[in-house]
Design a protein around this ligand. Structure first.
Ligand SMILES: [Zn+2]
Length: 339
C-alpha cells in the first residue's frame, strides 16, 4: 500500500502495507487520533488502495478506480459522517450502511465504508454498528474513524484492529507546509511549532485570518497563568485573566493549553518525556507542584472546558479558573521532596 506523501506514522503505514500485501487486510479498522492528524485522509487513501486495479502498487492513482475514488464517485466507497450540526454518526446512517453492505460490489472486489463516528457516537448507533461488525459480509471493509477508541463501547472496540495516528515532527510539518501550501519557511515553522506538528490545525489556523495571532495569545496567556499558579502571591492573576472575560474562544484555547500543560507536568513527574504542549520549560517549572495537585488541576481544566462547551456563564467560569489556579496547592520548596 503506497502512503507516499502522508507524513510520519511509519509504524502504522508499514503494518497496513504488510497486511494488505499478505492478503489479510482486516475487515474492520479503527483509526484514532486527535483532530488534524489525518485520520480521514488516511482512511480515504486506504479505501482507494482497496479498490485500485493494480494491487501491486495500490493506490496507483491513475487507473479508472483510483480516478473515481479521488473524485469521490466510486460506487464501492461510501463515506458516512455526521451531518449538519450533529457531532456524531446517527442510528439511521448506520442502518443505511448495514442495508448497503449486503449488496454485491459494483466494480471492485469489495465495498469499503469510511465511518466517521464523531465525538461521542450514541450507544444506540454503536449497538447497531456492532451487528454488522460481528458478522461482516465477506466483501465489505469498515474503516472507523474517531478521536479516541475510549469513546467507543468495548464490544465495538474489540471487533476492530486499532491504529493511532500522531502528528509528524515539527520539522516535517514545516517542510510540508512550505512544499505543499507554499508558505514562507519562517511562517511554516512558527505554525508547526504552535501546533506541535498537527497539520490539520496548521491549515485551519492559516485559513482563519488572525488565527495565528489568536493562537499565540492563547499560548502566552496559558504560560502566564501557569506561572501565576506557581507564584506565592499570585498578584498578577486577576490582571492576566482580563482578556478572557470577553472572549469565549480565547478562553477555551487557554483552558485547552493549560490542561495539556498540567498533563505534561504529570508526565515529567512520572519520569517520561513525551510532551505535547510545546512549553517544556513551563511544564518543568510546574513540576514544583506535587503530582496529585497537577492531576487535580488537569481535571479541573477539563471540567471547565466541559462547562464552557455547555454554554456556562463566562464571568463565572473565569472566576472558577482563578480559584482553581490559586487553590491551596501544597507547593513544595524542592521539586523532589513530595509525591
Ligand atoms: Zn489504481
Amino acid at each position: 500500500m503506497d502512503f507516499s506523501g502522508f507524513l510520519g506514522n511509519q509504524e502504522v503505514k508499514s503494518a497496513l502495507s504488510a497486511a494488505f500485501k499478505a492478503g489479510r487486510f482486516p475487515h474492520t479498522l479503527l483509526l484514532q487520533g486527535e483532530p488534524g492528524t489525518g485520520k480521514r485522509t488516511m482512511a480515504k487513501r486506504i479505501a482507494k488502495a482497496l479498490v485500485c486495479r493494480h494491487p501491486e502498487k495500490a493506490p496507483c492513482g491513475s487507473c479508472p478506480s483510483c480516478i473515481r475514488a479521488r473524485a469521490g464517485s466510486h460506487p464501492d466507497i461510501r463515506l458516512v459522517e455526521p451531518v449538519g450540526s450533529a457531532r456524531s454518526i446517527t442510528v439511521d446512517a448506520v442502518l443505511k450502511v448495514i442495508e448497503d453492505a449486503h449488496r454485491v460490489p459494483e466494480e471492485a472486489d469489495r465495498r469499503v465504508y469510511i465511518l466517521v463516528l464523531g465525538s461521542r457516537p450514541s450507544e444506540a448507533a454503536q449497538n447497531k454498528l456492532l451487528k454488522i461488525l460481528e458478522e461482516p459480509p465477506a466483501d465489505a471493509v469498515f474503516l472507523l474513524v474517531c478521536v479516541s477508541a475510549e469513546q467507543l463501547l468495548p464490544t465495538v472496540r474489540s471487533r476492530a484492529q486499532c491504529f493511532t495516528l500522531r502528528p509528524p515532527t515539527v520539522e516535517e510539518t514545516a517542510a510540508y507546509l512550505v512544499d505543499r501550501e507554499g508558505l514562507a519557511a519562517e511562517e511554516a515553522l512558527r505554525l508547526a511549532r504552535l501546533t506541535d506538528g498537527n497539520i490539520g490545525r496548521c491549515l485551519e489556523l492559516q485559513k482563519t485570518r488572525g488565527g495565528v495571532e489568536g493562537e499565540l495569545q492563547a499560548f502566552d496567556l496559558a504560560q502566564t497563568l501557569a506561572h501565576e499558579a506557581l507564584s506565592i502571591h499570585g498578584d498578577g492573576l486577576l490582571k492576566a485573566v482580563l482578556p478572557l472575560y470577553k472572549d469565549r474562544v480565547l478562553c477555551r484555547e487557554v483552558l485547552v493549553r493549560l490542561e495539556i500543560l498540567f498533563r505534561d507536568a504529570c508526565v515529567l513527574r512520572a519520569g517520561a518525556d513525551k510532551l505535547l504542549s510545546g512549553m517544556s520549560q513551563t511544564a518543568e517549572e510546574l513540576c514544583a507542584l506535587p503530582r496529585a495537585v497537577l492531576l487535580q488541576r488537569k481535571e479541573q481544566m477539563r471540567e471547565l472546558i466541559r462547562r464552557l462547551d455547555g454554554n456556562a456563564n463566562l464571568n463565572l467560569l473565569v472566576t472558577c479558573l482563578c480559584a482553581a489556579l490559586r487553590e491551596k496547592s501544597g507547593r513544595s520548596v524542592s521539586p523532589d521532596d513530595q509525591d
